[in-house]
Design a protein around this ligand. Structure first.
Ligand code: ADP
Ligand code: MG
Length: 495
């Protein structure tokens, strides 16, 4: 795409002119696996506190970690889906710090030798261009437990259910340049993770959390000093946090100050970020290889096997939908964001002997079905209209049994009752009238009743044609075949 076609870059106006915002994300994605990274305890969300804790997770003396093969496979799948280099040898390190929810006194993580190296995520920007966001690395680490401060007036409780659950930390390069791009990045990453089934992407339940690094600079300058905003748990909050933080930094710089590299918190109620602590350095954590774990060695054959078993990924699916079904970028993008939606749409298109028009199927899926689901607050999985049933409705339009106009009423009835289209059409007598004689009789009646208007039309008032069409359709109860109505009216009015 030509440079001049691109949307203007995102800038914030300060007193000294325009500023550019630079953003890099560290996303913690909870791995989908039945048990934890180094123990056999379960990972089900929302269980009674401390019911999913093994002796390893509680850091009892003498317990040893044992790596969970499924978690490793999940990290490899994710690396492959991010077009990243999967490292055949990686190392688990201890990241030492004290916190009440961390009984070991250290987190087992990966530092200098992560399981996955550099990769890329492609973003479709609203102006139609594609932006590549670099992935710096992906490493495996343990989650900590959770402090519960609201259970007792003077005490805090600890729930260790989450202690030891596998996380993938996915670190982007500082390639993002606006809150919108950052939102698009998170959505795309989530879409990919959900396609391959390595993380459910549920930010509300905390299975995907973002640390947002923000700095500002004058366009053309080198990178400025960044602040890191910890654990932001919704896309909207990420966007708000970036805007607030960028303005805060600009004010400081324009007043002649400098940015302290800090770790900050986003306060969603006030819409502002607050300092939490000055930025810790890697050496503060005294990283060293965990002596309880051997370096992790991957079999290249296993990597190849996982690669071969990956499903079609969102970008590839989108390109295929545009190419094979003639869909617009917009339609293809909204159909492929969730794998289940894409599958649903394809079931409509390929059903019924493959004769259904893919664009009509896309319109019905996006405008009517998604619209109705949204309004009813339902997920696609709970849709009262199945893919087969929507296909049936499209077939009735296609073979002329009903008009597109009547089809909307039929769809509303299908959505409300779960019945199929053919049954509703029969029950309510909604079959389109395509019998020439029958339509001719209605047209004649309409013209006879409106002789004054017929005269006006014949003396040149062309606009009245729509009036005759409307009257004829109305008299037929919306059932007359619109094409035939048009043809007959033209012939009769000309005569
Ligand atoms: P650390 O481990 O200390 O947090 P990293 O080098 O791993 O540091 O970087 C963390 C994140 O900060 C990465 O996502 C990176 O893209 C981002 N980042 C680095 N420099 C900047 C910058 N100047 N402005 C904004 N983000 C940055
Ligand atoms: Mg960091």
């Amino acid at each position: 795409m030509a440079e001049q076609d691109r949307a203007a870059p995102y800038r914030i106006e300060g007193e000294t002119g325009a500023w550019e915002v630079v953003i890099g994300l560290e996303v913690h994605a909870q791995v989908i696996s039945k048990s934890k990274l180094f123990s056999g305890a379960a990972t089900t969300f929302g269980a009674e506190p401390n019911t999913q804790v093994s002796l390893v997770d509680a850091a009892m003396p003498g317990m040893l970690p044992v790596i969970n093969r499924e978690c490793v496979d999940q990290a490899v799948r994710t690396g492959l889906a991010l077009e990243a280099k999967v490292n055949e040898v990686s190392v688990f390190d201890r990241k030492n710090y004290f916190y009440a929810d961390l009984p070991q006194g250290y987190q087992i993580s990966q530092y200098q030798q992560p399981i996955v190296g550099e990769g890329v995520v492609h973003l479709d920007l609203p102006d139609g261009s594609v932006k590549e966001v670099g992935i710096e690395r992906l490493h495996l680490e343990q989650d900590a437990g959770k402090s519960l401060h609201d259970q007792h007036p003077t005490k805090s409780y600890i729930d260790l259910n989450r202690s030891g659950v596998a996380l993938m930390e996915i670190v982007s390069k500082p390639d993002l340049r606006s809150p919108e791009e950052t939102a698009a990045y998170i959505k795309k990453l989530r879409s990919i993770l959900r396609y391959i089934g390595t993380c459910d992407g549920n930010m509300q339940e905390g299975s995907m959390r973002c640390d947002v690094n923000v700095s500002v600079r004058k366009p053309g300058d080198g990178y400025g000093t960044r602040c890191e905003i910890k654990n932001v748990n919704s896309i909207r909050f990420v966007q708000q946090a970036i805007e607030y933080e960028a303005r805060r930094q600009i004010e400081i710089l324009e007043a002649g100050g400098s940015i302290d590299q800090e770790t900050r918190l986003f306060d969603a109620n006030r819409g502002e970020t607050r300092s939490m602590r000055s930025k810790e350095e890697a050496h503060d954590y005294r990283y060293f290889p965990d002596p309880d774990l051997l370096p992790l060695k991957l079999d290249p054959a296993r990597i190849a096997e996982l690669k071969a078993a990956l499903p079609e990924l969102p970008d590839v699916k989108k390109a295929r939908f545009m190419r094979d079904y003639g869909l617009s970028l917009y339609d293809a993008s909204s159909l492929i964001e969730e794998r289940a939606t894409a599958d649903w749409y394809e079931a409509v298109v390929t059903g019924g002997g493959g004769k259904r028009d893919p664009k009509i199927a896309a319109n019905w899926t996006i405008s009517e079905l998604f619209g109705a689901l949204n309004k009813a607050g339902l997920d696609l999985a709970d849709s009262p209209v199945s893919a087969e049933a929507l296909g049936g409705l499209i077939d009735l339009i296609g073979d002329g049994t009903i008009s597109g106009r009547i089809a909307k009423d039929v769809f509303a009835e299908m959505f409300a009752t779960g019945k199929d289209a053919a049954a509703i059409v029969e029950e309510k007598g909604l079959r389109q009238v395509s019998d020439t004689g029958e339509i001719e009789a209605i047209v004649d009646a309409v013209l006879a009743e409106n002789q004054d208007k017929v005269a006006e039309y014949r003396s040149g008032k062309d606009k009245l044609f729509g009036f005759f069409v409307g009257q004829t359709m109305k008299r037929s109860g919306g059932k007359a075949n619109p094409g035939m109505v048009n043809d007959l009216l033209k012939a009769k009015l000309a005569g």
